[in-house]
Design a protein around this ligand. Structure first.
Ligand SMILES: *Cc1c(COP(=O)(O)O)cnc(C)c1O
Length: 354
């Protein structure tokens, strides 16, 4: 029996995607060749790439005349430096909400001045800073909409007078935002889109005109755009599986439908955590993420019992990140509510037992 997989990333994908993707490894679309062995310039793969790019914009409800999407490599971590290489001319503002933002800032400092607009570092990033003002003289402002490690999430996107960039690695496609407010969005595929290997970048075409220095080809957004996201060999399998998972999302009813499910899943889990004092949620209640639910056991002496019950109930991937400890249930789009219910039942059984 397949485990209930709460891993933070690489993470769960729908069974439909696993099924179709594995068949295509043997025989892609009835062409008697594997998806892994055909040219990325073949019409079959060119279709996969263009369909993936189109689906991404379509699901985010972004207009193709204004925005474009790219499937690049190097993970979100390469985007940390790529955005700065292309767009940080003098100064950029960052909201520091955790170690991924901190890493993004570190890379950006190689290219210009980084202004920390706000930070929640003094409280081990257990909340999202609010009440700050964003000045209007920066090349861009960068936020991390969902902080995978801490389980915090921006529920209100700050109003920015400067172009707004966001790392949405762990909450893209999970909830409806006004994506038009963003000039650039990036996400490593392996949290909520598909297998590791591809990184989705969505950007306003007009910002390609403001690339501020000579950038090597592989790191230059304009070149990737001009080459239809195929400047070099793309991560073909990852892009293909991303396409399948975007189609699966569309078939389910799109972002609004999964958002409702994601809210429901997170609400029932938080409510179980809050129901007594056996566990405590890690994140500030108002800033809790609907994707990564972080919680700690109040009395660590029961840890072994709880861990044993998790494994007996086929629950996998629940360990918290080492910088937070405790537990983290990542409940991405592909996770069925029935798996969350099994986790909740296990927590209840544990509470009765101790
Ligand atoms: C996982 C993660 C990253 C790092 O992604 P890579 O693709 O491994 O570079 C960056 N930002 C956030 C918010 C993440 O969750």
């Amino acid at each position: 029996m397949k485990k209930h997989n709460f891993s933070a990333g690489p993470s769960i994908l729908s069974n439909e995607v696993f099924d179709k993707a594995s068949k295509s490894i043997l025989n892609f679309d009835g062409i008697d060749l594997s998806i892994l062995e055909i040219s990325h310039r073949s019409k079959e793969f060119v279709n996969v790439m263009s369909e993936s790019r189109r689906m991404a914009l379509h699901l985010l409800d972004l207009d193709e005349s204004e925005y474009t999407s790219l499937f690049l490599q190097g993970g979100a971590s390469l985007q940390f430096l790529m955005i700065a290489y292309n767009f940080l001319n003098s100064k950029a503002g960052y909201v520091d909400t955790g170690s991924w933002s901190t890493k993004a800032m570190k890379e950006a400092k190689l290219f210009g001045e980084v202004i920390e607009i706000a930070s929640s570092k003094e409280n081990n990033f257990n909340y999202i800073p609010k009440d700050y003002k964003i000045r209007d003289d920066m090349d861009y402002v960068h936020i991390t909409t969902n902080n995978t490690i801490y389980g915090t999430q921006f529920h209100k996107i700050p109003e920015s007078p400067c172009p707004l960039f966001s790392d949405m690695s762990s909450d893209i496609f999970s909830r409806n935002l006004n994506f038009n407010e963003f000039d650039l969005i990036y996400a490593g595929a392996q949290k909520n889109i598909g297998p590791a290997g591809a990184t989705l970048v969505v950007l306003k075409k007009e910002i390609l005109e403001s690339i501020c220095r000579t950038v090597p080809s592989m790191l230059n957004y304009k070149i990737h755009f001009d080459k239809d996201s195929m400047f070099n060999t793309p991560p073909v399998f990852s892009v293909y599986a991303c396409m399948l998972s975007l189609k699966w999302l569309e078939k389910k009813g799109g972002i609004e439908v999964v958002e409702n499910l994601n809210r429901k899943k997170s609400e029932i889990l938080y409510s179980e955590i809050d129901s007594d004092d056996v566990f405590s949620g890690f994140a500030n209640v108002d800033d809790r993420s609907i994707m990564n639910v972080t919680f700690n056991l109040n009395d660590e002496k029961h840890k072994d019992i709880f861990d044993k019950m998790l494994s007996e109930n086929n629950i996998s991937g629940l360990n918290g990140h080492r910088s937070v400890g405790g537990y983290r249930a990542s409940i991405y789009n592909a996770m069925d509510i029935s798996s969350v219910e099994i986790l909740i039942d296990t927590i209840k059984k544990f509470k009765n037992y101790i």
